[in-house]
Write a protein that binds this ligand. Sequence first.
Ligand code: ADP
Ligand code: MG
Length: 270
Amino acid sequence: MATLSIKDLHVSVGGKEILKGVTLDVHQGRTTALVGPNGHGKSTLLFAIMGHPNYLVTSGSITLDGQDVLALSVDERSKLGLFLAMQYPSEIPGVNSADFLKAAMNVRRDKPMSLFQFYSKMQTAYQEMGIPFEMSARNLNEGFSGGEKKRNEILQLKLLEPSIAMLDEIDSGLDVDALRVVSSAIVEEQKKGRGFLVVSHYARLYDLIAPDDVAVMVNGRIAVTGGPEIISKIDTKGYEWIKTELGIEIEKESSVGSIGVCATKEALKK
Ligand SMILES: Nc1ncnc2c1ncn2[C@@H]1O[C@H](COP(=O)(O)OP(=O)(O)O)[C@@H](O)[C@H]1O
Ligand SMILES: [Mg+2]
């Protein structure tokens, strides 16, 4: 079983240091929830792992089963078994969805799949994700609704079969039915032994996908790690306890509401 191992990672964006020494292990066959107030570096960590060119790793290491991920290009990282479902998937005009999927699947095989094999895999995946198969003829994400883009990210995950999949706020913008489809697809992939690193603000998603481990990112570092009980704590109390119990000052005022948390039960009652 592969382990994605991040050690003392420092990452700068636009000349500003955002990650200030992140250490975290993500194991294949387990699901790690990555939570924390807005603007504290969760997406930055995922982008840095995947190799986004704007995210400059200044020190530290990322390895997957001992292999140096930082030495690899984005497509090599993908072939190695990493996958990122983005919070805001880009629209790619001129790139047909089916062609894109076929190319991405074939590049990780010795021999290209037969057209029959490809279409039957694709049809199953579209069906399981509740996406009309006609959408495979459209350009990638072009004019897709927010929910369709998110389903489409998970569809790619199903077809690319990564060992470690990172999901950045996959549940934002999903209605109840879409959330059910997406979360059951994640559960199915969990059963296949994939590892997950899942960023969300909502306990609702975590209730459905049952993470094994939880890491809280504050000020560009992992402030605390533990089990699912941390999610319940954040859901009821927000992040104030990070300061009162751990003595960590949450550096910047972020977003609206209590302390950068989108929707704690207490905050929502107000
Ligand atoms: N492309 C960018 N240029 C400049 N600053 C950025 C960029 N992307 C992110 N940041 C900054 O990095 C910080 C962390 O952002 P992010 O990783 O998106 O946080 P989170 O996902 O935890 O909400 C924020 O202060 C954000 O403004
Ligand atoms: Mg983010």
